[in-house]
Design a protein around this ligand. Structure first.
Ligand code: HAM
Length: 411
């Protein structure tokens, strides 16, 4: 026998018994996002590498370490690690700025990051996400957060924590970065290698480090004083305060987390995550925020924007496993030709129906019916001669015989 080929590390098959949950989640996303006026967009899985280098940021782990890139016809191409950059590219390329604002788009699909696989972290994973273009006011941030929470509630997930923070604008953030660097300078040699890099290239991301020794440094009183200082300018503070008022009025509970900086470079002002205590270390089901400079950075007109994405594998792992749906009918008959025709009649009436295709014994067929269907539709020679069928309710055991044309009255 030849050696079997296995699925790639960090990727998974979604098997038939689990697909119901995926379809349920995707349908809820469509239902909830449509209520808020979002329309679905489908962009390619491959894009030119430069889109992510310029969009997501060349100091991020995603761009530096995690992209699946390859050369084809002298172009560097990348499997999308996230979809905000792709949607922004499409927004610009298709002239969507001519549409009346806000332009509201949602998407679902596979993303690829070459990360170390662990529970809740895969190399191919799926996101469902939204992007809203054209509104600078905090009402837009509040609407997408409210919609994210309502989507999660529609899936039956209520026990989740919303965390928010404001990263300010490039101007006020610059001052903060300078202060952070100066207070951390004495500890530079004690920082991990990643943090030393971040110190030079993107000091804000220092706050996101999970290494214990670094965390201890960030807990020092003088560092905490800088982290907890209200560094954001007056306009940014007003935006943040208004957002909080919207969330309070919508009864959305949230926690303010000054350490929430997110792993992508495009954010300004609002950032948020929604976390679950039931997911272990990879506990974020949703991440998002405002990115008012990205459209311009990717060659479009200056356009404010805000959005989020959720990891579908993480969402689905939190849902109660539903029992696989049973068939409506399974036909039990020794006359395969007649059963074949009856099965199609039942399907045309709208019932999910299967039959035995391999001439199994009558009793074996009945056994199978009781495992996979709600009703056994029995078609013996007597029934065929009399133009009737016997319908057995497989949960109560009740059995009735009716003319074929009246079968709908029983099922
Ligand atoms: P992100 O935080 O990188 O943001 O990803 C969003 C969500 O995708 C995470 O909260 C997590 O649930 C899921 N996720 C990320 N990486 C993995 C992985 N390796 N395995 C499984 N699930 C994962 C973004 O992608 C931004 N584009 C979100 C956004 C949209 N911001 C504005 N608009």
């Amino acid at each position: 026998m030849s050696e079997i080929i296995k699925v790639l590390k960090g990727t998974k098959d979604i098997l038939p018994q689990d697909v119901d949950m995926w379809q349920f989640t995707e349908k809820k996303a469509w239902e909830v996002f449509s209520k808020y006026g979002f329309k679905e967009i489908r962009t390619p899985i491959i894009e030119v590498t430069e889109l992510f280098a310029r969009g997501v940021g060349d100091t991020t782990d995603i761009v530096n370490k995690e992209m699946y890139s390859f050369e084809k016809s002298d172009r560097s191409i990348t499997l999308r690690p996230e979809n905000t950059a792709g949607v922004v590219r499409s927004y610009i390329e298709n002239g969507m700025s001519r549409l009346s604002a806000p332009v509201k788009l949602w998407y679902k699909g596979a993303m690829f990051r070459y990360e170390r696989p662990q529970a809740g972290r895969q190399r191919q994973f799926h996101q469902v996400g939204v992007e809203m273009f054209g509104i600078k006011q905090p009402a837009a941030d509040a609407e997408v957060i409210l919609m994210a929470v309502n989507f999660l509630k529609s899936l039956g997930l209520c026990d989740l924590e919303v965390e928010i923070n404001s990263l300010g604008c490039p101007k006020c953030r610059e001052e903060f970065k300078t202060k952070l660097k100066s207070v951390l300078k004495p500890y530079y040699n004690d920082l991990c290698e990643d943090c030393q890099n971040r110190y030079e290239k993107n000091p804000l991301r220092l706050l996101d480090c999970k290494v214990e020794d670094c965390k201890k440094i960030f807990e020092k009183p003088e560092v905490q004083a800088v982290i907890n200082s209200d560094f954001i300018c007056e306009e940014c503070a007003q935006h943040y305060n208004e957002l909080k008022t919207y969330l309070d009025r919508a009864n959305i509970k949230y926690v303010e987390n000054k350490l929430l900086v997110r792993g992508l470079d495009y954010y300004n002002r609002t950032v948020f995550e929604i976390k679950s205590n039931n997911l272990g270390s990879q506990n974020a089901v949703c991440g998002g925020g405002r990115y008012d400079n990205l459209v311009e950075q990717l060659g479009g007109e200056s356009t404010p924007a805000v959005g989020f994405a959720m990891g579908m594998e993480r969402l689905i792992s939190l849902l109660d496993k539903k029992e696989a749906a049973k068939l409506d009918c399974f036909i039990v008959s020794n006359n395969t030709q007649e059963a074949f025709i009856l099965a199609e009649e039942l399907r045309n009436m709208g019932y999910t129906t299967e039959m035995d295709l391999s001439n199994k014994k009558f009793t074996k067929q009945l056994e199978k019916a009781s495992k996979v269907a709600n009703y056994a539709v029995i078609l013996g020679e007597d029934e065929i001669n009399a133009g009737v069928v016997s319908v057995k309710n497989l949960s109560t055991g009740e059995q009735k015989t009716v003319k074929r044309e009246y079968i709908m009255e029983i099922l």
